[in-house]
Write a protein that binds this ligand. Structure first.
Ligand code: C5P
Length: 227
């Protein structure tokens, strides 16, 4: 299991300060929409300048027509990131076209699909997707697997069932982790490191429990020890 630290601070400077504090650790860094839209490719370069061994997960959750998604995926190759994601609900044809377009690249990034956004409650989810979250998350995971993606973004509680219906090597990346039972804040279904490990999760994403801590480096160290 790997630790992915969410760079969700309000400014580029604060994000880079956090990266500095944890630069000696073997972790992934998650760059999301806000940071990427504001700070762009330069930000990715700044991270690599601090430690070229950091792996970067570009969390842009692509959703568009198949050709546009494949074009965007190809542009992402040029950024040199190690992982990115798309929405499974964009459909199998879109996911297949993305994977098809990336075939020619050696060492392409890991491609994950978002199943169900964790912000949805059942009622809101059904209004958009006409089904229960559990049922659709499994279906979206199967679609992503059949389309040749490497894994999905899901909750720690879905990791085992998704691996069962796809393959144990099909990766799961789970946000909503409270490493040692910290405050859940706005997350609905939180899990700790021990649970994620037992569910064979491949990547845990941790934001606030690290960047809001007095000493982020010591929290990272503790999580890595537990992993
Ligand atoms: O601060 P916290 O540990 O809750 O941060 C979790 C990170 O994972 C945030 O960047 C959040 O946007 C992201 N995320 C999530 N749920 C998803 C997908 C991404 O919490 N389904």
């Amino acid at each position: 299991m790997e630790l992915c630290v969410a760079l969700d601070l309000p400014t580029k400077e604060e994000n880079l300060e956090l990266v500095h504090k944890i630069k000696e650790y073997d972790v992934w860094l998650k760059v999301g929409l806000r940071s990427y839209i504001r700070d762009g490719e330069e930000f990715l370069k700044d991270i690599k300048k601090i430690n070229p061994d950091f792996k970067i997960f570009l969390d842009l959750k692509l959703y568009d027509i198949p050709n546009t998604m494949a074009d965007a995926a190809e542009s992402i190759i040029g950024l040199g990131v190690d992982m990115f994601n798309v929405h499974a609900s964009a459909g199998k044809r879109a996911m297949q076209e993305v994977m098809d377009r990336l075939k020619k690249y050696e060492n392409r990034p890991i491609v994950l699909a978002v199943t169900a956004l964790t912000s949805f409650n059942e009622e809101e989810f059904a209004a958009v997707y006409e089904g229960s979250i559990a049922q659709k998350a499994d279906q979206f995971a199967k679609d992503a697997y059949d389309s040749g993606l490497d894994g999905v973004v899901c909750s720690a509680y879905e990791s085992e069932s998704i691996k069962k219906i796809t393959d144990k090597k099909f990766m799961t990346l789970t946000p909503g982790i409270r490493p040692f039972g910290e405050d859940a804040a706005d997350q609905q279904r939180v899990a700790d490191v021990a649970y994620a490990k037992s569910a064979h999760v491949d990547f845990i994403v941790v934001g606030r429990p690290i960047y809001k801590a007095q000493n982020p480096a010591s929290v990272v160290k503790k999580i890595l020890e537990e992993i």
